[in-house]
Design a protein around this ligand. Structure first.
Ligand code: HEC
Length: 114
């Protein structure tokens, strides 16, 4: 059976251009391993946040987070609270994410997204 070439091309382009919606990777630390908390934050972000905030936090249904959250929330605890309790059309994640997961995704948005 022959695979239609256009389908192959589209799939290859989607993967090559990052259209699969993968959030940016976590930089490696001095030991050559990614920081575990940031890696957890990336997993949470990719699974729960990108559909509204964009795969790199650039915004969508929800506002841009990349490069804005440290100014909006000088204290990370305030940013954690928005995620835990929700606000307007931002859903609350207090019932479905642990405190550690919320803290991790907050660190990821502050330290990795730009
Ligand atoms: C269903 C869509 C949706 C999902 C999923 C979602 N958000 Fe939101 N988020 C929003 C909307 C809409 C707002 C704006 C809320 C408002 O108007 O006050 C928002 C606001 C925020 C804010 C405040 C931004 C600011 O500028 O004050 C943060 C931080 C945030 N979201 C983080 C997250 C994180 C982290 C996740 C994943 C755990 C997530 N959001 C998942 C829709 C979403």
């Amino acid at each position: 059976m022959r695979t239609p070439p256009l389908v192959v091309l589209v799939v290859v382009l989607a993967i090559a251009s990052g259209c699969a919606g993968e959030p940016p990777g976590v930089p490696l630390g001095p030991d050559g391993e990614p920081d575990e908390t940031l890696a957890l934050g990336r997993d949470v972000f990719g699974a729960r946040c990108t559909n509204c905030h964009g795969s790199a936090g650039g915004g969508g249904t929800g506002p841009r987070l990349a490069g804005t959250v440290t100014d909006c929330y000088p204290d990370p605890a305030d940013q954690e609270q928005v995620i835990r309790d929700g606000r307007n059309s931002m859903p609350s994640f207090g019932g479905s994410l642990t405190d550690d997961e919320i803290a991790a995704v907050v660190r990821y948005t502050r330290e990795v997204l730009e």
